[in-house]
Design a protein around this ligand. Structure first.
Ligand SMILES: Nc1ncnc2c1ncn2[C@@H]1O[C@H](COP(=O)(O)OP(=O)(O)OP(=O)(O)O)[C@@H](O)[C@H]1O
Ligand SMILES: [Mg+2]
Length: 303
């Protein structure tokens, strides 16, 4: 897990951020940014660069390597603090809270501005990056800057999807996005996987969920990573979250993804609540009705 950098914010100075942004800029061209280029990239004097490098190194925000030249690269912590500072400047975030969740590919924290929100740092490419990184003898390549690029793209895609779907589909309200991070409404409730529904609620909750999937489809999106872990259930209903891998409905695999999403959900309900679902309910016919726009309800309607 990437260290929480919120506690560093008060002790970091404007020039530390110039330096970090300078390294970030240089990383567009190579993973290890040459020491000599930093005054330019960061608009700081030689002496300032020297001093700021030391402060940022000490705090684990950047890393140093000397091979053919002295080079510096951002750590995920450095990238986090840049995003966090931007949100703080915009007053999207005024207080930082405790972790809400650690996913395979994200760290999620509670934050506040005028009300509680959730901050999600995307970590796509992270594991990969660490592995590659350990045994690599870098010098040239651009390819490993990819953790930064991959994580940022994921955040952008998730944010765009939330903006397209909110409020017609039950998703967290999008509040802001910067670099690899998004701020969104903090959801009430718990993951579907951790809920034990009463017998008489089972079909109702499934119906709500499939209706949201259907409405997202009408608006042109398939979630494509649907499971009991990406749905929150509360008194007020269901919320579908975790959208970075969503695809538009005209994507060549959209149909297949929709079917898989529905199979995941129906499969989960069938395993957890045997004999509670209508006998003839199957993922493919639900998918067909969503695609042709005739989906109405998963309740048995004949009669
Ligand atoms: N808006 C939110 N409000 C409250 N909690 C949230 C919010 N978004 C995420 N969480 C919590 O953080 C966890 C991880 O979030 P999310 O599923 O979006 O990340 P992920 O890393 O993509 O997950 P996965 O492991 O499915 O890839 C969630 O399971 C949930 O508990
Ligand atoms: Mg998830």
């Amino acid at each position: 897990m990437v260290r929480n950098v919120a506690g560093l914010l008060p002790e970091l100075e404007a020039e530390d951020f110039y330096l970090l942004s300078g390294v970030e800029q240089g990383m567009r061209f190579s993973e290890w940014v040459q020491r000599e280029k930093l005054p330019d990239y960061s608009s700081l004097t030689e002496d300032e660069v020297e001093y700021r490098l030391e402060r940022c190194l000490k705090r684990g925000l950047i890393e140093k390597k000397t091979i053919q030249y002295e080079g510096y690269t951002l750590q995920f912590e450095g990238y986090d603090v840049l995003a966090l500072r931007t949100f703080a400047e915009r007053e999207t975030i005024t207080e930082f809270g405790s972790p809400l969740g650690v996913g395979k590919e994200s760290d999620v924290y509670e934050v506040r501005s005028y009300k509680p929100h959730a901050l999600k740092y995307h970590r796509e490419g992270y594991t990969n990056f660490r592995e590659v990184h350990k045994e690599r003898d870098y010098a040239s390549d651009n390819e490993h800057v990819s953790w930064m690029y991959t994580a940022r793209k994921a955040a952008e895609r998730e944010y765009e999807t939330l903006e397209a779907l909110y409020p017609d589909v039950a998703v967290p309200q999008p509040i802001g996005q910067n670099r690899h991070a998004i701020v969104m409404e903090k959801m009430d409730g718990v993951e579907l996987s951790r809920t034990r529904l009463e017998d008489e609620q089972v079909v109702g909750v499934l119906d709500l969920l499939v209706s949201e999937i259907s409405r997202a489809h009408e608006l042109g999106y398939v979630h494509a990573d649907m499971s009991e872990y990406n749905v929150f259930v509360s008194e007020a209903g269901v919320t579908i979250f975790d959208w970075p891998q969503a695809v538009p409905t005209d994507h060549e695999n959209a149909d297949e993804f929709l079917r898989r999403d529905l199979e995941n959900i129906l499969g989960y309900f069938r395993r957890k609540y045997p004999r509670r679902l209508p006998e003839d309910l199957d993922a493919d016919s639900v998918a067909d009705s969503i695609v042709d726009g005739s989906f109405d309800t998963v309740f048995e309607t004949n009669g």
